[in-house]
Ligand binder design. Structure first.
Ligand code: ZN
Ligand code: ZN
Length: 291
């Protein structure tokens, strides 16, 4: 069975990658000075507790134990719908319908946010059906609705902690799989990036971040002539792949624009899928917290 492409992969975002990532940055900046949470899962000042959790390989963000500030979801929703109308005009009809359902109170922003944070796919499907919305468009929107919340949680939780303790292939903050890799100067290491919370972390250069497979004969990469700065790292054990920026191998700078690369590289997904690899759906993908 062929894996469905994500919404980002269906869009010709490569032409507007810079514009789109700029819009996302502006949106994040518009809410960055606001506190989005009444309370977080772990008090951000409990640095020892956070460090221990990371060392044990437990990701930090627990959506069932947070409280979002009243009105915060509405504010992000309204900024986002305007940005999407402007920059993702291929789906204007969907953004109009979604905006209408929101204004009439039938898709409340806080409920859409909660469904996303808790991975309630059934709720999303219900809304898509009821309002004849493209499910992939709604999924993409909801990811970016949750993004400033997950990102702010990441900044608060990771402030002054040692992320080098984290050895897993999934995100230390929200538990999602990485969508992009980047080779860095450090030998034997690379960085993985989570688009759900904008966290990147250092990971071993060899090995599959999805299934942990380290056997060299089941690991490899695809290259595409027009995309010389990327490789698509593939795993023949789990059939997952990870698009990875290999050039230039810069020093491990923190302020690297992963988002822009992510949107630039969407054309690589159909190539990997044609070769028989599976696109890990971002919205649902999550590693269950170890017991
Ligand atoms: Zn994350
Ligand atoms: Zn694998």
């Amino acid at each position: 069975m062929e894996a469905p492409m994500t919404f980002a992969e269906q869009q010709d975002t490569s032409k507007s990658a810079g514009e789109l990532s700029e819009a996302m940055r502006e949106m994040a900046a518009a809410v960055s000075d606001e506190e989005l949470f009444e309370s977080l899962c772990v008090e951000p000042d409990k640095k020892d507790k956070i460090q221990k959790q990371l060392e044990k390989g437990e990701y930090l963000f627990a959506p069932e134990r947070i409280k979002v500030k009243e009105g915060a979801a509405d504010k992000v929703f309204e900024l986002l719908i305007d940005a999407f109308k402007e920059h993702l005009s291929e789906k204007t009809e969907d953004w109009e319908k979604l905006g209408q359902a929101y204004r009439s109170g039938q898709i409340p922003a806080d409920k859409l946010l909660e469904a996303t944070l808790r991975h309630r796919w059934d709720a999303l499907q219900g809304w898509a059906q009821k309002f004849s919305l493209d499910i992939d468009a709604l999924q993409f929107f909801s990811l970016y609705l949750a993004r400033p919340f997950r990102q702010q949680a990441a900044e608060l939780l990771l402030d002054r902690t040692q992320l080098s303790a984290w050895q897993k292939g999934f995100c230390p903050v929200c538990g999602h799989n990485p969508v992009l890799g980047r080779m860095i100067g450090a030998p034997g290491r690379r960085r993985l990036w989570c688009c759900c919370c904008n966290t990147s972390w250092v990971f071993a250069r060899i090995g599959c971040p999805f299934c942990g497979n380290q056997s060299q004969d089941q690991l490899g990469y695809l290259t595409v002539e027009e995309f010389a700065s990327y490789r698509i790292y593939v795993c023949d054990n789990c059939k997952r792949y990870l698009k990875t920026v290999v050039h230039p191998e810069e020093s491990d700078k923190d302020d690297w624009d992963y988002e822009r690369e992510y949107f630039s590289a969407v054309a690589l997904d159909p190539i990997a899928i044609r070769e028989g690899y599976i696109a890990e759906p971002v919205w649902l993908a999550r590693c269950e917290q170890p017991a």
